[in-house]
Design a protein around this ligand. Sequence first.
Ligand code: GRG
Length: 302
Amino acid sequence: MIDTHKGGDFRDWMAGIQARTETALAEVLPEATIAPARLHSAMRYAVLGGGKRVRPLLAHAAGELAGADARHLDRVACAVELIHAYSLVHDDLPCMDDDVLRRGKPTVHVEYDEATALLAGDALQTLAFQTLADNIPGLEPAVRVEMLAQLALASGSRGMAGGQAIDLASVGVQLTREELEFMHVHKTGALIRAAVLLGARAGGRLSAADLGRLDHYGKVIGLLFQVVDDILDAEADTATLGKTAGKDADNDKPTYVSLLGRTEARRLAEDMLADAQRTLAPFGTGAGRLSQLADYIVHRAF
Ligand code: GRG
């Protein structure tokens, strides 16, 4: 379907969405000079100038398919990316993964302090909801309420935060494949799925059946993102540290590689990619960007 994720046209489209997302995020985030300046500075530090912006790309791609206004999609993209940024700030805290580096820079609690990082994450989360709740000219309030409910569900205890809780409880535990999948469908997958659906909801063009197809696509690529992340982590560990493949470097968390082995994990990723592409087939060329993004998620590094 269309060209692959390596095509120049796709790269240009990606760069365009990444740039407009950066601008939109810089606008919705309070200036670092506004009091409380340290908190606002930490929020901007956490969000701006880094990240692949996978979720905004998915929101825009789904929204384009649904005939959405690009300015409405900017708001959706900001909301989802702010939730993502909050999750990373909190995930890096000493009480969770205790990481000192993120996107090649010191993590927020290292650059600022732990209390500021906690508050920055909290405030990013609430800013995400404010971004959708504030008036968006041309986007019906009823649609925005639906989006707010969907984003809340994806972020909370029955979504990302719930997945994180299961992840923390699974350190040193042997999970079955079903349990691992359940954890990742929530921890990483729920927000990715929400990015696709919120983007689609911003346009009025799709039927319930089409939204159902996109929901399946979002679910598959959300999980696929994590399978690939596990493979990339295992490869990085082996390359840099000579570690035993498949175990999380820091805390012995189960991964797809530890459960299936690298070859089988790669096969799973390719099978899931095929599932995602099949799901998009009825949309024809209109789903070209979503198709390329699925390909990009799998082949971004191998
Ligand atoms: C703290 C409530 C709470 C949740 C945290 C998603 C998550 C839940 C933690 C992230 C931990 C992690 C590194 C998971 C692996 C997959 C993943 C989400 C990687 C980071 O996302 P990318 O690759 O990051 O999209 P960039 O930097 O490109 O934005």
